[in-house]
Design a protein around this ligand. Structure first.
Ligand SMILES: Cc1cc2nc3c(=O)[nH]c(=O)nc-3n(C[C@H](O)[C@H](O)[C@H](O)COP(=O)(O)OP(=O)(O)OC[C@H]3O[C@@H](n4cnc5c(N)ncnc54)[C@H](O)[C@@H]3O)c2cc1C
Length: 492
C-alpha cells in the first residue's frame, strides 16, 4: 500500500462526489448589508464537526461558507494539542466525517495506507492516524479553514444576520469583521463553557502549581516529581500515564467516587434509533435519559487504565473527596477523609462545565438564550442543577429565546457543541456526526429557502428559459400550429 493507493482513493472519492452531485445549481443570491458582503454561513471552529457541516452544506449547494479557527492549520481540536491517549476511545467502526461516501471513510483511508489486513487487526484507530485521516479528508473534499482567526464577538445586526469581530490569533491584531446570515458554533466539546477548575484549587494554589488536562503541560519538567491527579475520567488517566512515562516519581489519583465506573453508556447509545431520534423525544423523556447518562458517567478506556497500572508509583485513592488543599511555598498538601497526600504538581481532570456566560464570543447574546431551566420543570425528585444550565436548543440545534420575541436573531445561531447533549444527545463526538450534521444542514437550508420564498416565487414567475426550442419535427416544414389546425379540421 502506498501514496499511490491513497491518491487513487482520493480520485475515486472525487468521482463519487461528482456522481452524487445532483442537483448542482447554486441557489442563494449574494446578500449585502450596508454595502458589505454577508456570507451565507460562517462556522466557528474548523475541527471535524465544522468541516463536516461545511461539507454537508456544500453538497446542498450552499457555497458561500467560511470556516474560522483560532488554531494553526492541522492543529484544530484536541487531537494534536492536548489529547494524550494513544488511540481514539470510539470503536473503529464509527463513521461520520465522510458523510456517507464510502471512499472517504476512515476505513477506506486506513486500508489504502496500510492494507486490509492491518485494518482487520486494528483494535482502535491510533490518535495520530485519526489526525492524518482528517487532514486527508479535508484536502480531498476541498474544504478550507481560515486558521489563526479567533472570533471575539458575535453581534446581531438590525436586519437578520451577525457581525463577527475577529482577531489574528498569532499577532493579536484585530482583523476586519465578517458578516454572516447564519453562524454555526462548532467550537468543541467545551464550546458551551470551559474546562472546570474546582474553586478550592484556584483559591489555594499558585497558577504554576497546577494545570488542567486540556492545558499544554511540560511533562519533562515533572520527571522525578510527585504528581497528583484530581478525577478519574479518561483524560485524567491519560495525563497520569504521560506523567509516569516521562519519569514522574509517583502519581496519586484522587477520586471522589467510591468506585471507578466500569460500564460505558456511550457505547449503549450507539444505535441509529437513539442517535437519530433522541431529538424527537418529549422534554420529559430527554431529561430522564440525560440524567441517567450523566449519573452513569463513563469509565476510562481499559488501555488508559493499563498504561498507568503498570507503574509501581501509581496509586488510586477512591472515595476521597478533596476537603482541603494547601500550598506552603514548597509543596501541595491535598487532604481527603482518607488522609493527606503531598505533591509537587497537580493535574485537574474534573471535566467541563457548560456555562454560556463564560464564553467570551457569546458575551453579548448569552443572557437572551433559553436554558433548560427556562423551559422545563422536572417533576419532584428529578431535579438536576447541571442539566438545568444547558441551552435549550431547537430541532435544528438553534439557540432559542429565553423571553419569546426578545431575541429573534437566535434562530440564526446554531450550537454544535457538548451543550447540545440534553436537546439532541449530541456531544460533538464522532458517533453523533452522521446524525447531527444532517439536522443542522437541513435546518439551515430550510431556513434559507423559506426566508426567501417570495423571491423564489418571483423568480419562477419570471422564468423564461426555453426547454422546447423547436415546435416542428426535424425535416417537417410546417409549423406546429399548422399541424394542429389540420388535425382539428380532420376531426370536424
Ligand atoms: C482529550 C479528548 C479526547 C477525546 N476523544 C474522543 C474520542 O475518542 N471519540 C470521540 O468521538 N470524541 C472524543 N472527544 C470529543 C472530541 O472533542 C470530539 O470528538 C472532536 O474533537 C469534536 O470535534 P469538533 O470539531 O466538534 O471540536 P474540536 O475538534 O474541539 O474543534 C473546535 C475548534 O473550535 C475552535 N474554536 C473554539 N473557539 C473559537 C473561537 N472563539 N474562534 C475561533 N475558533 C474557535 C478551536 O480552536 C478548535 O479547533 C475527545 C475530546 C477530548 C478533549
Amino acid at each position: 500500500m502506498s501514496a499511490v493507493a491513497v491518491e487513487n482513493l482520493a480520485a475515486r472519492a472525487r468521482y463519487e462526489l461528482q456522481c452524487l452531485g445532483y442537483p448542482q445549481r447554486p441557489w442563494l443570491a449574494p446578500t449585502t448589508f450596508a454595502g458589505e458582503h454577508v456570507h451565507d454561513v460562517v462556522i466557528v471552529g474548523g475541527g471535524q464537526s465544522g468541516v463536516a457541516i461545511a461539507f454537508g452544506l456544500l453538497r446542498e449547494q450552499v457555497t458561500d461558507v467560511v470556516i474560522l479557527d483560532r488554531n494553526p492549520i492541522d492543529r484544530e481540536g484536541p487531537w494534536s494539542n492536548f489529547a494524550r491517549m494513544q488511540t481514539l476511545r470510539t470503536p473503529k467502526s464509527v463513521v461520520g466525517p465522510e458523510l456517507g461516501i464510502p471512499s472517504l471513510s476512515a476505513r477506506a483511508w486506513y486500508e489504502a495506507n496500510f492494507g486490509a489486513q492491518a485494518w482487520e487487526e486494528l483494535d482502535k484507530i491510533p490518535r495520530d492516524r485519526w489526525c492524518d485521516y482528517l487532514k486527508w479528508l479535508r484536502q480531498t473534499i476541498g474544504v478550507t479553514v481560515r486558521n489563526d482567526t479567533e472570533v471575539l464577538d458575535i453581534e446581531p445586526l438590525k436586519e437578520d444576520g451577525f457581525a463577527l469581530a475577529l482577531r489574528d490569533a498569532k499577532s493579536g491584531r484585530n482583523l476586519p469583521r465578517l458578516l454572516a446570515r447564519k453562524i454555526v458554533l462548532a467550537t468543541g466539546i467545551e464550546g458551551s463553557g470551559h474546562w472546570h477548575i474546582p474553586p478550592v484549587v484556584a483559591a489555594a494554589l499558585p497558577r504554576d502549581c497546577y494545570a488542567r488536562t486540556a492545558d499544554r503541560i511540560d511533562f519533562s519538567a515533572l520527571a522525578g516529581k510527585r504528581v497528583a491527579v484530581l478525577g478519574a475520567g479518561a483524560s485524567a488517566f491519560d495525563n497520569a500515564a504521560v506523567a509516569l512515562e516521562q519519569g514522574a516519581a509517583s502519581v496519586d489519583m484522587i477520586v471522589r467516587r467510591p468506585q471507578i465506573p466500569a460500564v460505558n453508556p456511550n457505547r449503549w447509545i450507539e444505535f441509529a434509533g437513539f442517535l437519530r431520534h433522541f431529538g424527537d423525544l418529549s422534554d420529559a423523556m430527554k431529561w430522564r435519559f440525560m440524567a441517567t447518562l450523566f449519573r452513569m458517567n463513563q469509565p476510562p478506556p481499559q488501555d488508559s487504565f493499563d498504561r498507568c497500572a503498570r507503574f509501581a508509583g501509581f496509586h488510586i485513592h477512591l472515595g476521597a473527596p478533596l476537603t482541603r488543599i494547601e500550598h506552603d511555598g514548597r509543596q501541595i498538601a491535598l487532604t481527603t477523609p482518607k488522609g493527606t497526600i503531598a505533591a509537587d504538581f497537580l493535574i485537574v481532570g474534573t471535566g467541563l462545565a457548560v456555562d454560556l456566560d463564560a464564553r467570551p464570543e457569546l458575551r453579548r447574546v448569552a443572557p437572551a438564550i433559553a436554558r433548560w431551566k427556562d423551559r422545563y420543570t422536572p417533576p419532584a425528585g428529578e431535579r438536576n442543577d447541571t442539566l438545568s444550565e444547558y441551552p435549550y436548543l431547537s430541532e435544528s440545534f438553534q439557540f432559542t429565546e429565553r423571553e419569546p420575541g426578545a431575541a429573534p436573531y437566535l434562530r440564526h445561531l446554531y450550537c454544535y457543541t457538548f451543550g447540545a447533549m440534553p436537546s439532541h444527545a449530541n456531544s460533538a463526538g464522532i458517533s453523533q456526526l452522521k446524525f447531527g450534521v444532517a439536522r443542522v444542514v437541513s435546518g439551515i437550508t430550510r431556513d434559507l429557502f423559506v426566508a426567501s420564498a417570495e423571491t423564489y416565487l418571483e423568480s419562477l414567475r419570471n422564468y423564461d428559459e426555453r426547454e422546447l426550442v423547436r415546435t416542428t419535427p426535424p425535416g417537417d416544414g410546417r409549423t406546429n400550429q399548422g399541424r394542429m389546425a389540420s388535425a382539428s379540421n380532420s376531426v370536424s
